[in-house]
Design a protein around this ligand. Structure first.
Ligand code: ADQ
Length: 469
């Protein structure tokens, strides 16, 4: 079922990323996905501008770029501290990535989170017209649907979670868990990347709230919500094109030249403890110690731009990684070889694509990840005649689809070392076979498929009967 052309899609997410005007920009995978959804269906994208203001006014700044209308608001400093740095990034993010040890529980955080969601609801409400479908993104906004319902919104509202949903026993640690999950029954459709995250959600809702699962519908009292697993994809064709674009080819050549005949292993991640960077460095070190003959034959390029730099756990992981990289380089470097090139900055997507293509191994080893788009981008950027090998954590959502990657347990330095050796020695025929199978999935379940599958499910939800005038 297609959207009625008169109906629009209103996307709401914490940050809004306007199109950059070219494919070479640094819009992340999700931003690219949402931008293309909005290009297809007319609509608007609402969220926080990323800016702060003295006092919240709800004043909306509209902008129009390449057919996409964005509507953004500034937040107060206290909002940013409690809602964004606090509840979203110090409480929910670590807990939902199974890092109970890092999660902080402060009532001010929970209060600020709720306050900002109420503010967002009140501010965006007048922008939503009858017939519009509303699509809310991610863990910053769990209660937003409920707040919109309180303001009388009868429209279809969908929610997509981009991070894992933790097992029931873990989620129970969150003081507000029950109330938070209850609010999610305001949605018509809730999407997760994998069956695993979906079943953890269902498990919590059924055991803790008494919800009942009926097919793919969860019922709680009067409310019912459709739950579905829809893994996010990438624009595979576009990404493959970037790898062979002018700047992609230039980056490819620069990397090959600077590799001076050595095999490059690449890692590209936001600097985040969920990405398993410490374990990755240690696994690579294990490889170096177990295979001294391979030492000067390879190097690891780790690109990790800092994120959420004001949060303590992110400062600590940064310091720790610098320490580990420095120690490994100190222990193994020679005058003509450095084992780890560790770079703390972002690169345009076409440059990244060229770098991926130049790498013999893509090392994607998060400890826990909702999906992980880097894994898919790495595969899409490869030369079909001579593709590199993807080493992928079993604990990334992407592992459910990319079963032909070399799958490993990222906590095991031994498994990582063995996988690197296996990948370096893998015959070309096997590399091609694995790559073709992975590409088939990446092409089939691409970004267009993701947004269509979700939005079509949303549009099939019957609207409530309109009351006679
Ligand atoms: P992230 O945790 O940000 O996303 P990921 O899916 O890998 O993780 O997406 C990162 C994006 O940023 C990729 O498109 C990548 O190319 C880009 N990127 C990373 N490092 C970069 C660099 N140095 N320079 C330029 N670009 C860089 C969250 C969830 C994931 C989920 C996505 C989408 O944590 O599990 O896959 O949302 O749902």
């Amino acid at each position: 079922m297609e959207f009625d052309p008169l109906n629009r899609l209103v996307i709401i997410s914490n940050r809004v990323s306007a199109p950059t005007g070219s494919h070479s920009g640094s819009q992340g995978g999700l931003a690219v996905a949402l931008t293309s959804a909005l290009r297809e269906y007319k609509g608007i994208w609402f969220g926080w501008s990323g800016e702060q203001t003295e006092e919240y006014s709800g004043q909306i700044t509209f902008a129009r770029n390449e057919g996409v209308t964005t509507a953004t608001v500034d937040l107060e400093e206290q909002d940013v501290e409690e809602y964004y740095n606090g509840y979203a990034n110090r409480t929910l993010w670590p807990l939902f990535h199974y890092r109970v040890d890092l999660a902080e529980y402060e009532r001010e955080f929970a209060g600020g989170y709720q306050r900002v969601n109420v503010r967002f609801a009140e501010t965006v409400r007048p922008l939503i017209e009858e017939g519009d479908a509303v699509w809310i993104q991610d863990y910053h906004m769990f209660p937003l649907g409920e707040e919109l319902r309180k303001l009388g919104l009868k429209n279809r509202i969908g929610f997509f979670l981009h991070i894992p949903w933790p097992p029931r026993r873990l989620l129970s640690i969150l003081p507000e868990a029950e109330a938070l999950v209850r609010t999610m029954f305001a949605y018509d459709v809730i999407g997760f990347h994998t069956e695993e995250w979906l079943s953890s959600f269902v498990d919590y809702a059924c055991h803790e709230l008494g919800a009942i699962l009926d097919g793919d519908t969860l019922r709680l009292g009067e409310r019912h919500v459709k739950v579905m697993a829809v893994p996010i994809g990438i624009d595979a064709e576009e990404f493959a094109g970037l790898a062979t674009s002018t700047r992609g080819r230039l980056a490819f050549r620069q990397m090959r030249d600077s590799a001076v005949g050595r095999d490059m292993i690449v890692g590209v991640d936001r600097l985040d403890y969920s990405k398993g960077l410490e374990e990755r460095f240690l696994g690579y070190e294990r490889f170096l110690t177990e295979h001294p003959e391979e030492r000067k034959e390879v190097f690891l390029l780790q690109i990790a731009p800092p994120s959420r730099a004001t949060v303590g756990s992110y400062q600590r992981i940064r310091t720790s990684l610098e320490g580990i990289a420095g120690r490994i380089n100190g222990a193994y470097s020679d005058i003509d070889w450095t084992p780890i090139r560790y770079v703390n900055q972002g690169y345009p997507r076409d440059v990244l694509a060229g770098i991926y293509r130049a790498a013999k191994i893509g090392l994607v080893t998060p400890l826990r990840d909702g999906m992980n788009l880097v894994a898919k981008e790495y595969v899409a950027a490869q030369n079909p005649e001579d593709p590199g090998v993807l080493i992928l954590s079993r604990f990334a959502g992407a592992a459910c689809q990319l079963t032909d990657a070399v799958l490993i347990n990222p906590y095991s330095a031994e498994e990582m070392a063995d996988a690197i050796m296996l990948a370096l020695r893998m015959p070309r025929e096997e590399r091609i076979e694995r790559w073709q199978k992975m590409m088939a999935v990446i092409n089939r379940e691409d970004i267009g498929w993701w947004r269509r599958t979700f939005t079509e499910a949303l549009m099939q939800v019957p609207l409530p009967e309109t009351e006679p005038a």
